[in-house]
Design a protein around this ligand. Sequence first.
Ligand code: 4NP
Length: 160
Amino acid sequence: MMKILFVCLGNICRSPMAEFVMKDLVEKQGLADQFLIASAGTSDEEHGNPVHRGTKQKLAQKGISTAGKYAVQMKRADYDAYDYLIGMEQRNLSAMRRIAGGDPEGKIHRLLDFSGRPRDIADPWYTGDFDTTYDDIYEGCQCLLNHLITEGKIYGRKTK
Ligand code: 4NP
C-alpha cells in the first residue's frame, strides 16, 4: 500500500485539491487499491473547516467531490504513517520538517519537484486563481504517479 499525505498551510485549498485529484487519477487507472491518500495543513488555523469554495467549485467542474473532508493539522506521527509527504511550496517543506522533527528517511518532497519544471504552487487563498492551482496540481499529480510507476513502487502504465 502506497501512503501519500499532501500538505499545504491551511488544508482547505491546495492539499485537499491534490488529495482528490490524485484519488481521481488512481481510480480512473484502476490503481486505487494500491493507495491510501490524505491531506493535512502545517497550521492549525483552519482545523475542522470544510474545503474552500474555490477548490470545491473547480473540482466540481471536473466531476470530483470533496464531500466529507475537513481540515486537519499534520502531526509528527504522520511522518511514520506515510511513505510520501508532499508539500505545495518551499515554505510548507520547512514547516513539515519542523513538525516531523527532520526528514531522516527522505519522505518530504515538493509536488512540482516531480515535474520537468520544479516550482512552488501559488496559494489561491491569496491569488484567488483556482484555475492555475488546478493546472499545477493536476500536472504534479500526473508526474508523481508516473514517478511511482517508473520507480516500480506501483504496478501500472505510464500515461505520458
Ligand atoms: P491552503 O490555503 O494552504 O492552500 O489551504 C490557505 C488557507 C488558509 C490560510 C492560508 C492559506 N489562512 O491564512 O487561514
